[in-house]
Design a binder for this molecule. Structure first.
Ligand SMILES: *Cc1c(COP(=O)(O)O)cnc(C)c1O
Length: 346
């Protein structure tokens, strides 16, 4: 099977499995797991923050990020197409009592600065207290687009001047860094806290890291325990994360190159278009023309007969995500499968 549904489907590499088997471990709730401690130190250094916390998922990283900044009844500003708004089970409200104020994501994944400033509530007993803004980089539902350092800094400066904090959902921040030719540290610099995933394009089996100030991460450690995310000999998992950070970042450029190859091949096929344009990172969003007598779920079922799995994200839309296990041959086979399904439609 050629699985393009997401980069979360990536299995650990042989080097990761070996590192996992050899990992030195201890009880991480006692802070005695040397491998977790090493991963957290590496992550803090890479993201330019004082401290870091290994968490089971990106969802938990974002949840702890929001709960660490906000009290019950406080308000967080985020995009209406953001992962935290769409795909995290409403956790910030369900578990934190945090009030969500969504703003329209622009096609480039940003929130307009004017919209953000207008959304910040003046002090008044009628209003919730606006505490936090969440940005996402790369922006998943806007096509995997990277947000620039300049934009992130502009938002950071403007909201810090008004006493708000910035949390960056950097699930794929290394894709953004590689695509823009900047460091993840530069992208994260304007943010008070940042979460990134080890378990996506970086191929580790499990885990994300939340980075921030020493004081914030101390608070985050307590919240992680409250949520049941305190793990014990987690060094087994962290070992794969260390291999991910050491060896899997620079190669993300190959995923981006293959996403472009895929997009260029697909857009040449009759009835297929790229609603979000050419991919900047590892995600290709495609639309099926209304003239085709088939919808996305049925089309995906036929592709599966050719050994290709794609993500259905709308009645006539797919998302295809390239990753470590998708080579040039898999891109060619995928294009062949699309051609076969289209020609069978007559
Ligand atoms: C995948 C993802 C997350 C977190 O996902 P988990 O599956 O919980 O690790 C958060 N934000 C974005 C933008 C993502 O794509």
């Amino acid at each position: 099977m050629i699985d393009l549904r997401s980069d979360t489907v990536t299995h650990p590499t042989p080097a990761m499995r070996e590192a996992m088997a050899r990992a030195e471990v201890g009880d991480d709730v006692y802070r005695e797991d040397p491998t977790v401690n090493h991963l957290e130190a590496m992550a803090a250094e890479l993201l330019g923050k004082e401290s870091a916390l290994f968490v089971p998922s990106g969802t938990m990283g974002n949840l702890i990020g929001v709960l660490g900044h906000c009290q019950r009844g406080d308000e967080v500003i985020m995009g209406h197409l953001g992962h935290t708004f769409l795909f995290e089970g409403g956790g910030v409200s369900a578990l934190g009592g945090v009030f969500v104020h969504t703003l329209p994501n622009q096609p480039d994944g940003t929130l307009r600065l004017d919209d953000i400033l207008a959304a910040i509530r003046p002090p008044d007993v009628h209003h919730p207290i606006t505490r936090l803004v969440v940005l996402e980089n790369t922006h998943n539902r806007c096509g995997g687009v990277p947000l620039s350092v300049a934009y992130t800094r502009q938002v950071g400066d403007a909201i810090h001047a008004r006493g708000l904090a910035l949390h960056l959902d950097g699930a794929r921040i290394f894709n953004a860094a590689v695509a823009l030719g900047v460091t993840a540290k530069a992208l994260a610099e304007p943010a008070d806290t940042v979460t990134f995933c080890l378990s996506k394009g970086l191929c580790a089996p499990v885990g994300s890291v939340l980075c921030g100030s020493r004081e914030f991460i101390e608070r985050a450690r307590r919240i992680r325990k409250q949520l049941g995310g305190g793990m014990r000999q987690a060094g087994i998992l962290a070992a794969a994360g260390i291999v991910a950070l050491e060896t899997m970042i620079d190669r993300l450029a190959e995923d981006h190159r293959r996403a472009r190859m895929l997009a260029e091949g697909l857009v040449r096929l009759p009835g297929i278009s790229l609603p979000m344009g050419m991919p900047a990172t590892n995600m290709v969003f495609i639309s099926l023309d209304e003239s085709l007598p088939i919808d996305a779920p049925a089309f995906a079922a036929r592709l599966a007969n050719y050994g290709v799995r794609v993500g259905v994200v709308g009645v006539r839309q797919f998302r295809l995500v390239t990753h470590y296990w998708i080579g040039d041959a898999e891109v060619a086979q995928t294009l062949e499968a699309f051609r076969a399904v289209l020609s069978a439609l007559g």
